[in-house]
Design a protein around this ligand. Structure first.
Ligand code: C2E
Ligand code: MG
Ligand code: MG
Length: 653
């Protein structure tokens, strides 16, 4: 009970409207409201102190010839001194930047000072009214009424302070005037009471309105700065924190670090377990991240599966590394979502300010580069930005710039690598492989420019060029020869790819059965959701699909059931080592068996030696591809290979 009362009075004297039945708020919000209340009081304080000093002087002058003239002058001098002191103090406080949080004690002090000042004015009617002449009494009544109005205005947002200031004045005035004996005086006393009641009522309704508006504004501010799913600060709030960090760095040299996190395989969580599970995963990640960071750090969700952390006051790179390692470690335990255990990991890029940049733009660009390197190195990797990275980003940007004009400048061409059917001993088709002849750099390998094309979106136009060129070339080949075209995952995100294939096949006048799409397993797993509808439409057309580089991604046996693949291509890494490493031989053999059981084709990639070919023949592999059979060639050499291919096979057999 006592504790309850204490808490109530502490709130009451802290200007908290909850004490008067107003909205209850958390202490952080209440502190913010107090800061706004004090700021408003300070805004009026200089004027009101000046008014106090002037009014006290006027009163002393008006009472100078009365019996209490001397005491009134003394009183006035005290009020002038007090008002000057408080005015100067208030002015000094206004110079300091407005705080975001003000303690209850500050308002307690304000209420106390308001009461002392109100008490000082209450002395006027109590001490001087009775002995004053009519004129003096009139001045006193006017001044007290003026002080009541001024006080109510100054403390309009803090009712308890308004009461503390006005109550002594109006009680003193009403009693002393009312005691005058005259009926008119009595009426004036009643007027003063009514006047004070109206003023306080105004104070209450204004302060309630003010607080509600502040709370609404705070909530709106929060919504703008908060990620609605994880309740972490969002990109906007992160940018503001970064700006604050940079200004602290400029002002007092306070260094900081930015850690950029990208969850590994988040797309797979979404695709395999559905979006609600993906959301739950992000919420749990946010909770773990919050737990391993300090109060003063800002951890924000700045994109789908991207989080960023500003770690303040970090002076050494080891400290940033330690923090990053702590973050990687919080992913060690699996996440429990819907009775399932889902493993997660994050890659982290780190920059230190000012070492790696002193503008938001530079720091964000560099931390992105560091993260890119971390992602490339594999899940759960941490990488600092290195000055050399800048050169490699520059290089990538230059390549991307040149890539943009490559189609127009006719710098692309296709080469064709044969598939040899081991049962029929003939070349059954060719894989179209893209080549880029750069005017300065010469031939740029696809492994270098395809990822850039994928990231920049250029792959859509490049892919379209490849499809059209491959179909046009195929139209000159024998009917029983097919063409295989490599597709990137992102190409399936654009539904136009379907139209492109249909149109290219129609223009070249070839059957869809002769057109094969090669896609990798990892691409299937990450993009299965969006890819499936476009892929299924392509399959309905009669186009076939081969699973490229089989064995290098994750286990896609499930997908083998979901999509009707016509062929599996065993990755060349297994073929290369199958004669020396029993595990590779086992994988090759079982994939061939798996394809047989599923009733689909199988191609062994990267066959370079006769021994490899002989082994594959012996294990009943259907088709082979590799330098032994034929290197990728220009279209005009395809016919030569078609004749030569079967002779080579017979020879090797
Ligand atoms: P991939 O589809 O697995 O293509 C096979 C790669 O292995 C080709 O490299 C080919 O030249 C090489 N290769 C073939 N036989 C042998 C061999 O016996 N030994 C060795 N060591 N290598 C062999 P390339 O042409 O550099 O292509 C690399 C990758 O680039 C391709 O891998 C494919 O994923 C991608 N790519 C190529 N053209 C395109 C395209 O038009 N579109 C897309 N999206 N990707 C393409
Ligand atoms: Mg391929
Ligand atoms: Mg391959």
């Amino acid at each position: 009970m006592r504790e309850c009362l204490r808490s109530y009075f502490s709130k009451l004297f802290a200007g908290d409207l909850a004490a008067f039945g107003g909205p209850t708020t958390e202490e952080l919000v209440a502190g913010y409201i107090r800061a706004e209340q004090i700021a408003l009081v300070l805004r009026h304080s200089l004027g009101i102190m000046l008014a106090n000093a002037c009014n006290a002087t006027v009163l002393a002058m008006a009472l100078w010839n009365s019996p209490d003239g001397m005491i009134a002058a003394l009183w006035a001098a005290t009020v002038v001194c007090g008002a000057t002191f408080l005015g100067v103090k208030a002015r000094a406080s206004r110079r300091v930047a407005k705080p975001q949080f003000v303690s209850r004690k500050s308002i307690h002090r304000l209420v106390r000072n308001a009461f002392i000042l109100g008490g000082a004015w209450a002395i006027v009617p109590v001490g001087f009214f009775a002995n004053a002449a009519n004129g003096g009494q009139l001045v006193m009544t006017c001044l007290c009424a003026g002080m009541l109005a001024g006080g109510a205005l100054t403390f309009a947002t803090i009712p308890v302070a308004a009461i503390a200031f006005t109550a002594p004045i109006f009680v003193g005035t009403a009693i002393c005037i009312g005691r005058g004996g005259d009926f008119v005086y009595f009426l004036v006393a009643i007027l003063v009471v009514v006047y004070a009641c109206v003023l306080l009522r105004g104070v209450f309704s204004y302060s309630f309105e003010f607080t509600r508006r502040l709370i609404a504004q705070l909530e709106a501010d929060k919504a703008v700065r908060q990620d609605s799913l994880t309740h972490l600060p969002n990109r906007f709030a992160f940018d503001e924190s970064l700006e604050r960090g940079l200004s602290r760095l400029a002002r007092c040299g306070e260094k900081f670090a930015i850690l950029l996190l990208d969850l590994d395989h988040f797309k797979e969580v979404n695709d395999q377990f559905g979006h609600p599970a993906g959301d739950e995963f992000l919420i749990q990640v946010a909770t773990r991240l919050r737990r391993c960071t300090r109060e003063e750090d800002t951890i924000a969700r700045i994109g789908g599966d991207e989080f960023a952390l500003i770690a303040t006051n970090l002076t050494k790179s080891e400290e940033a590394l330690e923090l990053a390692e702590r973050i990687v470690a919080v992913f060690a335990d699996p996440f429990r979502i819907d009775e399932r255990e889902i493993t997660g990991a994050t890659s982290i890029g780190i920059v230190l300010a000012p070492r790696d940049g002193s503008t938001a733009n530079d720091l964000l660009k560099h931390v992105d580069v560091a993260l890119y390197r971390a992602k490339k190195a594999g899940p759960g990797t941490i990488r600092f930005f290195e000055p050399g990275d800048d050169a490699s980003t520059h290089e990538r940007r230059a390549l991307q710039h040149d890539l943009e004009a490559a189609i127009e400048r006719n710098e692309f061409f296709l080469v064709y690598q044969p598939f040899l059917d081991l049962r029929e001993n003939r070349v059954t088709g060719f894989e179209a492989l893209l080549r880029w002849r750069h005017p300065v750099r010469g031939l740029v390998p696809p492994a270098e420019f395809i990822p850039i094309a994928e990231e920049s979106g250029l792959i859509h136009s490049i892919g379209e060029w490849v499809i059209r060129r491959a179909c046009a070339t195929l139209s000159h080949w024998p009917e029983d020869v097919r063409i295989a075209v490599n597709f990137s995952a992102v190409q399936f995100e654009n539904a136009n790819v379907l139209q492109t294939v249909v149109r290219a096949l129609a223009e070249a006048g070839i059957s869809p059965r002769r057109f094969e799409i090669e896609m990798t397993e990892s691409m299937l797993i990450s993009k299965y959701g969006s890819a499936s509808s476009v892929l299924k439409s392509l399959l309905q057309l009669g186009v076939t699909v081969a699973l490229d580089d089989f064995g290098t991604g994750y286990s896609s046996l499930t997908y083998l059931r979901k999509l009707p693949f016509s062929r599996i291509k065993i990755d060349q890494s297994f073929v290369r080592d199958m004669l020396t490493q029993p595990d590779c031989a086992a994988i090759v053999k079982s994939v061939i068996g798996l394809a047989q059981d599923l009733g689909i084709g199988v191609v062994a990639e990267g066959v370079e030696t006769k021994e490899q070919l002989a082994y594959l023949r012996q294990t009943n592999c259907v088709e082979v591809q590799g330098y032994l059979i034929g290197r990728p060639v220009l279209s005009d050499q395809v016919f030569a290979l078609l004749d030569q291919g079967s002779r080579k096979a017979e020879h090797a057999a």
